[in-house]
Design a binder for this molecule. Structure first.
Ligand code: BV8
Ligand code: ZN
Length: 235
């Protein structure tokens, strides 16, 4: 597959849990994944938090601690390198880890929030830290419960306007390490493809979607090779 684009073209990369798998972070739907140990309705909905905030905080505390012990992998660094040739590259990530940033990526859009974010359930208080959270913290401003700053199921993902702007102008859309089961993220590749963008799916296993190209394999092995193969055609 020969792809060449202008260095000024906009490139959108949608990443999912699969890009962080080789950094040691569990995915959701693989064998041994997070949704094998926990039910979504017990730990990843607003009702779950109201019902058992301690359980929800222990689910996220565990992942916050794992994140502190993990490091970016070759896939994350390959995107940083790629941006040197294609500066209008945007990472739209479903992931709540900070591995893209720790690999030096900028223009990272966290549509599902971040593990390092904590926010008040009532007022506008927010803070960023990865300190262990062993009991339900209270807001220093209004004493209400603090929750993980994560977009749970039935909540509106963050930055949707910016995301749609990028998808509507991108020349190339690459989906990396996502099962394409969660909406609206799963819809993005259809929208990009419908508009005439080049679309590429990189995943450990095939996922049914409208992508023009599919590259099977692990992100850490396939993404660096693929991104380096993309040519510059400023003609
Ligand atoms: C909303 C935070 C509405 C939690 C997450 C249609 C339209 C709109 C909504 C819906 C719809 N249909 C259904 C819905 C509702 C729902 C939804 O999509 N449900 C699904 C289950 C059917 N969507 C929502 O609720 C969304 N909100 O729609 O709001 C609204 C409208 C108006 C006003 C208000 C509200 C919110 C969804 C966000 C939920 N939060 N994350 C947390 O992280 O703890 S979703 C969760 O799944 C994670 O963010 C995760 O990233 C995401 C997607 O999973 P993947 O990243 O794809 O991970 P997965 O394990 O599934 O797959 C990994 C893939 O990688 C696999 O394919 C595997 O083969 C591959 N892989 C593994 N290793 C590697 C690899 N590939 C390459 N290399 C490797 N090494
Ligand atoms: Zn508050």
């Amino acid at each position: 597959m020969e792809i060449a684009i202008r260095s000024s073209d906009t490139v959108a990369l949608l990443t999912g849990a699969g890009i962080s798998a080789e950094s040691g972070l569990k995915t959701f739907r693989d064998a041994g994944g997070l949704w094998e140990q926990y039910r979504i309705e017990d730990v990843a909905t607003p009702e779950a938090f109201n019902n058992d905030p301690e359980l929800v905080w222990s689910f996220y505390n565990q992942r916050r601690q794992q994140l502190a012990l993990s490091a970016p992998n070759a896939a994350h660094y390959a995107i940083t390198e790629f941006r040197h040739r294609f500066p209008n590259t945007y990472v739209i990530t479903q992931n709540v880890d900070d591995l893209h940033e720790r690999a030096g990526n900028v223009n990272v859009i966290h549509m599902h929030g971040s593990l390092s974010g904590i926010k008040c359930t009532k007022c506008s208080y927010r803070r960023i830290d990865l300190e262990p959270v062993n009991s339900v913290p209270l807001c220093p401003q209004c004493s209400s419960r603090l929750r993980p700053d994560i977009v749970w199921f039935s909540e509106m993902p963050y930055h949707m306007d910016s995301i749609m702007n990028i998808i509507n102008i991108c020349r190339l859309f690459i989906s990396i390490g996502t099962s394409g089961t969660v909406y609206p993220a799963a819809h993005f590749i259809e929208i990009a493809s419908g508009r005439g963008a080049l679309t590429v799916l990189i995943n450990k296993e095939y996922v049914h979607c409208s992508s023009e190209h599919f590259i099977e394999g692990s992100a850490a092995e396939t993404l660096p090779v693929f991104l380096r193969s993309i040519g510059v055609n400023n003609g």
